[in-house]
Write a protein that binds this ligand. Structure first.
Ligand SMILES: Cc1cc2nc3c(=O)[nH]c(=O)nc-3n(C[C@H](O)[C@H](O)[C@H](O)COP(=O)(O)OP(=O)(O)OC[C@H]3O[C@@H](n4cnc5c(N)ncnc54)[C@H](O)[C@@H]3O)c2cc1C
Length: 360
């Protein structure tokens, strides 16, 4: 069976596919999202940090993209929340990045805290912490809530989301993508977007690979005044602690390149707990809530693949590695500009898949 379904088919219903679908729909396009397994999306496994500075993204296009996306967040979330009447748990709480060794160059002294000033600013840090960078403009979003919001927004806007439909092949006619073959028949549209995260190379020979991350969560005990002990993200060496407003504390994450094993391991969980308690010893006695894992879409330079693909009517939106939640609004905006008006932002050039042509 062949189905002709209008302007754009997006392969993948993770945070990138849904963010772009909503944006295209708001600009009047007919959009279909083919989403094999909504629950396997890395977007559900993430920590939701919006951390271009704490992540120390290298100076250059990736940092520019991250800063632009972080700046878009309040407006983007506001629009989605008004549309759905749901909260995405956006919290521009700032991120404190403690270290165990004093850095040689404290590039920006204003943001460096140590000694009593640090301990007063953030009680409870482990004794080995020697100082910390304060990144007041970084923050977080509750990524699970964000995905609920995006699904609801897609529904409200009239995006055709086909959950459970797997794209099995791309069907070419000359230099044009004619359609996508799926386990529910062939889907035809004018344009196609590959937004299938860590699985992108199943359909096209792209250098996108899984980087597994194991995670866990604890329940923070409320203090006498009702507040929770952590009210900002701690981004330490090899681990981070992201406190949610409802008292959950998200702890991540291992980094396991090329690992597709779909389970937690004792080693992974032990690593997380050791690193987390070194950073903030008090958490060792808090109730353990949940453990899980996910697959980041890794690339060779840790930057995404965005913009025109190998055929005229295929656009790429994948490879967001550790920062796909952060980069969702800017990806949606730049690619919607490209797909609806043919406008190519100068930043897109830096993320062309062609930069990897030698390794393809
Ligand atoms: C442990 C962990 C922690 C993270 N923490 C953060 C963080 O703090 N901040 C941040 O910004 N980012 C974080 N990330 C990264 C972020 O989650 C990803 O970059 C982002 O989710 C990528 O979005 P995506 O839509 O491309 O892929 P995904 O969210 O993985 O979605 C891809 C979807 O495509 C579907 N799909 C795949 N193949 C097909 C097919 N053939 N047909 C149809 N559908 C298909 C899959 O079923 C899946 O639902 C983290 C990731 C992990 C794993």
């Amino acid at each position: 069976m062949k189905r002709n379904i209008g302007d754009t088919v997006i392969i993948g219903g993770g945070v990138i596919g849904l963010a772009l679908a909503a944006e295209l729909r708001l600009r009047g396009q007919d959009v279909t999202v083919l989403s094999r397994k909504p629950q396997e999306a890395a977007a559900l496994a993430a920590a939701g940090m919006l951390a271009p500075e704490a992540e120390q993204l290298p100076e250059g296009p990736l940092l520019s993209l991250g800063l632009r996306s972080r700046a878009l967040y309040p407006e983007w979330i506001g629009k989605l929340e008004r549309l759905t009447n749901l909260s995405a748990g956006y919290w521009p709480c700032g991120i404190l990045a403690p270290v165990f060794e004093t850095p040689d160059v404290r590039l920006n002294q204003e943001n460096w805290l140590e000694g009593e000033a640090l301990r007063a600013f953030q009680p409870g840090l482990g004794p080995e912490v020697v100082g910390a960078w304060w990144r007041p403009e970084d923050g977080q979003v509750d990524n699970r809530r964000l995905m609920t919001v995006l699904h609801r927004a897609a529904e409200r806007l009239g995006v055709n989301v086909q959950a459970g439909v797997a794209v099995t092949a791309l069907s070419l006619r000359g230099e044009i993508l004619e359609g996508v073959e799926t386990d529910a028949g062939m889907f035809l549209a004018q344009n196609y977007v590959l937004a299938s995260g860590a699985w992108a190379s199943e359909l096209l020979p792209l250098p996108v690979f899984p980087v597994k991350g194991e995670m866990l969560s604890l329940q923070m005990p409320p203090q006498a005044n009702g507040a929770f002990p952590l009210e900002r993200v701690l981004f330490g060496p090899g681990t981070y602690l992201a406190p949610r407003r409802d008292g959950r504390l998200i702890i991540g994450a291992t980094v396991e390149v090329g690992n597709w094993s779909a389970y937690n391991t004792p080693q992974g969980v032990q690593t997380l707990l050791e690193r987390a308690t070194r950073l903030y010893p008090g958490l060792a006695c808090w109730p353990l809530q949940e453990i899980w894992w996910g697959f980041r879409p890794g690339t060779l330079d840790e930057g995404p693949l965005l913009g025109p693909g190998p055929w005229e009517n295929l656009t790429l939106a994948t490879g967001h590695y550790r920062n796909g939640v952060l980069l969702a609004p800017v990806t949606a905006r730049l690619l919607a500009d490209w797909l609806t008006a043919g406008q190519s932002d100068p930043l897109l050039e830096a993320f062309s898949y062609r930069r990897f042509e030698e390794s393809l």
